[in-house]
Design a protein around this ligand. Sequence first.
Ligand code: UD1
Length: 416
Amino acid sequence: MDKLLIEGGAVLRGEVAISGAKNAALPILCAALLSAEPLELSNVPELNDIATMLRLLEEMGVKIQRDGHRVTLDASQISNPVASYERVKTMRASILVLGPLVARCGEARVSLPGGCAIGARPVDQHIKGLQAMGAEVTVEQGYVHAKANRLKGARICTDMVTVTGTENLMLAACLAAGETIIENAAREPEIVDLANCLVAMGARISGAGTDTIRIQGVERLHGAQHRVMPDRIETGTYLCAAAVTGGTVRLTDTSVAYLDAVVDKLLDAGCEITMERDAIRLQAPARLKAVSLRTAPYPAFPTDMQAQFMAMNCVADGVATIRETIFENRFMHVNELLRLGANIQIEGNNAVVRGVERLQGATVMATDLRASASLIVAGLVAQGETLIDRIYHLDRGYEKIEDKLHALGARVRRVR
Ligand code: UD1
């Protein structure tokens, strides 16, 4: 299993390009299932999660051509509308095939994702929404089995704000008969990107990016071309990595448009930030100030940036309180940060981080994708060597991470 060895202390300086957004690309790949004509995508990141999704779609009969960041999907024939446990257990986002498959094929069998490291993460809202659209849904032997002759438009109000839940229902509603209204919809930029792709395919969607999305179902969707939006979480992660080392970086091919909550906190921490049209520049102070935060659905502070900010706070000046409100078990990086000498106390879903003068390198274990990113942030500033075990989590969501960190002057090496 690959490990990442970081020799801390290098100040990050330079420029790197940000990749396409994993969390936008995954639902957009599933949009291909809705049409018999090819969907041509660009800026698709080369990540393990994307490879998993492509394999899953191929198993269903979708023909895929891939050339670097360009992917063309031809779903003219869907022979097997099934997502097996083997695929779904490695990536929860596989559940995103459920909506489009029922809408296009009238039937789908998708394994239930089950538990995951950061919490229970049920899919009851996905199911409830499809039932409201007239699907007959049963759960048997760990699989969700959904059937419908043609889905019917419905008014759906989700019990909580769910990102993939909103996406699944939006995908399904595109081919339903009549109008679907999704209330309490997630407002994440990735949902807007998915809606833009669907509209390019002929879908009739309004309100994406607000909490009420209206979809007028159409008989069929056609082929289209779409460029996946930049990854705001990757952008935020490199900003934190640079900030913690007191560095200066320019991130290109990205947009600060969706990063307000993160940028505000970096400003509070004492960083200077300059926005350009498709780039962002950060200059960090010698020592960061502690910043408290609370995660919540977009446009509030993203849960996917919580761990990286926790790592920054470990060496900041002052005390920060971090409140996680989305997932019940998203503090697994804390025990690893403690191994590096951090001072963190957890009470329920609050963590109190008291900044220390320095962290010391140690062997630590990555427990999930963003936890891994936080260990990199901490390892970059820790004295001596930090060895991060189980970095397959990182490869799920960060494209060419060592190359990008090298380009910024970090001393990082993959150990096989
Ligand atoms: C997506 C993101 C993930 C991010 C998360 C929150 C993708 C592929 N993943 O995950 O990176 O951390 O949003 O921003 O885009 N819930 C239910 N029932 C449901 C659905 C959700 O109880 O049917 C709960 C979850 O357990 C969680 C909360 O709702 O507590 C939000 O989860 P959700 O927004 O659905 O997260 P994901 O879409 O899985």
